[in-house]
Design a protein around this ligand. Structure first.
Ligand SMILES: CSCCC(=O)C(=O)COP(=O)(O)O
Ligand SMILES: [Mg+2]
Length: 242
């Protein structure tokens, strides 16, 4: 078991989703197939919707295939899913499909047992809570809006993704979130399972905790020299400095 970590002077907590609040296995085994089965219809039947059209154009550009048709784009998205590539247009299209699936009651999100109690506790302690995930903001809102404990969006103060903040391994993305949330970087704590993301957050002046859960893909690699916790219940946070 990792030693407990404790921070004072924290005003904002920014959380990653996959591997941190929730199991990667659920995302890969439930959400990914759900989107894979529906990309074809989305691209063929709703190509004129601005978000779909823009994402399709971004896929063509990223793949260097300006003439790619809907069937070809579907295959490209499938190969990105196989690689678990966190490409923005893939995440945009998944977000459309998932948010409609959550709204229809076909999907319910997953959280590790320590996550929701920690979020409630930190909010009650006066901390501001934000999400920063490769999953699109639409996907994040659907994820937190349709949990086993109902709608948890009121726990959260903001949602950030690779579109509105930038890539998760770039310090500039964390600086952009700092500007948006208005919290001093030293009073902002980032929780993630990926060392590259933690390094980028620290380079932007944030505090960091690596969430290292047994069974997660990054468990063996570890979280480098960041403080680590095996669950959110091992993290004690207070707003005031001693
Ligand atoms: C509800 S967001 C869906 C999960 C997802 O697609 C994803 O890429 C999550 O990545 P993260 O940055 O949260 O590790
Ligand atoms: Mg993650």
């Amino acid at each position: 078991m990792s030693p407990a970590v404790s921070f004072a002077g924290v005003e904002s907590v920014v959380l990653d989703i996959e591997g941190t609040t929730s199991a990667t296995g659920f995302v890969v085994e439930v959400l990914y197939p759900y989107s894979r089965e529906r990309f074809g219809a989305l691209l063929a039947e709703r190509a004129q919707e601005p978000a779909v059209r823009r994402a399709a154009e971004q896929v063509r550009e990223a793949a260097g295939e300006p003439e790619a048709d809907a069937a070809r784009i579907e295959r490209i998205l499938g190969s990105w899913l196989d690689e678990d590539r966190k490409a923005t247009p893939l995440k945009t299209l998944q977000g459309i499909i998932w948010s409609e699936g959550f709204a229809r009651g076909e999907l319910v999100s997953h959280f590790y047992p320590d996550t929701i109690p920690a979020l409630r506790h930190w909010q009650a302690a006066g901390l501001r809570l934000h999400i920063y995930s490769s999953g699109s903001v639409a996907a994040q809102r659907a994820w937190f809006g349709h949990t086993p404990e109902g709608d948890l969006i009121p726990l959260l103060d903001g949602f950030y993704d690779t579109e509105n903040a930038g890539p998760k391994q770039s310090p500039g993305s964390y600086a952009a979130i700092t500007a948006a949330i208005g919290t001093d970087p030293a009073g902002t704590l980032f929780l993630s399972d990926r060392p590259g993301e933690l390094d980028a957050a620290r380079a932007a002046g944030w505090r960091t905790v690596g969430v290292r859960r047994p069974g997660e893909p990054y468990f063996e690699q570890g979280v480098g020299d960041h403080p680590e916790a095996a669950g959110l219940d091992e993290i004690t946070l207070t707003r005031s400095t001693p």
